[in-house]
Ligand binder design. Sequence first.
Ligand code: SAH
Ligand code: AVI
Length: 319
Amino acid sequence: MSPNIQEISKTKDSFSLKELNVMLKKKNKSIPTKFLYDDLGSKLFEKISNTKEYYLTRTEEDILNKYSTKIINESDAHELLELGSGSSKKTKLLILEALKVKKNLSYVSFDISEKALKMSYNQLKNISSDLNIKLIKGDFINDLEKLEQINKPRLYLFLGSTLGNFNNDTAIKFLSKISKKMKKADFFLLGIDKIKNKEIIKAAYNDTAGITEKFNKNILNVINKEYNLNFNPEKFDHIAEFNEDKSQIEMYLQALSHQKINSKQENIEINLGEKILTEISRKFSDTSIQSIFKDSGLEIVKNFSDVKKYYSLYLLKSI
Ligand code: SAH
Ligand code: AVI
């Protein structure tokens, strides 16, 4: 039986071809990161999570294995609400822990990708009859306001360091919205990738099996389908470089030739060697993330980390 998915926005449709054209005509070209996640993109992200180079997922999983009991005891939540949940594989650890102390636990999985929501459902559907699963398809940038309030304690989850995919303004706006939504009894668990040796970071986005390359190039198939364009992903190179000044990975598609892309509106021209930005992935220090929390009305209750201090799971409260 296919799961029931509530759609709270027209998601990708809410971004027009006109807006995309503007982004692709600028000197510094870019494509919105959310277009990385169609069915194939969601599957490829899961594969990336299992590569030897991509330390983020397994490190976060290690921290959750160690501290789930503490997190659940502290938050005492009746509902876990996860934004950009992906497959919910790591979240299962928290859910299993919460089920030990709560009857009638709710888990809300919120994602832009239907494939991710289905993976999440399949991950969790058989674990307990005490678990009520709700799947919501929406955009966490545009649709947060539409999430309904409940009168029992809720634990908000934003894992995988997806916050790193937002620039500073967007990160503060996003976190402020959550902070405003949070009631006194609510907690927020946020996964953050930390600054470390840059070779380790670069390798995570340049895996030798070439899965990140496929993930990056797939963004062109997604926008081709969505906006009836004719990008050829094979005419681009995958680039993921570390910008030390901004402490972020920048993922680009670099044109291997001069190209003309047909569109229902104006055609798009890309020069040989020109780069299209598809994603930033910021790496934070304790200080840089704390300053963002301060500007977003959040305070740290606990910082759970791994031995190497590669990654942090911050348990937060709204001030
Ligand atoms: N939290 C999971 C998945 C991280 S991948 C983990 O830690 O493994 C990022 C997830 O965010 C994907 O599932 C993707 O579909 C989702 N996503 C990306 N942009 C989104 C947006 N604008 N709104 C909602 N979900 C989004
Ligand atoms: C989801 N997000 C945090 C991932 C990241 O590391 O920025 C997406 C990703 N991009 C390339 N590999 C993984």
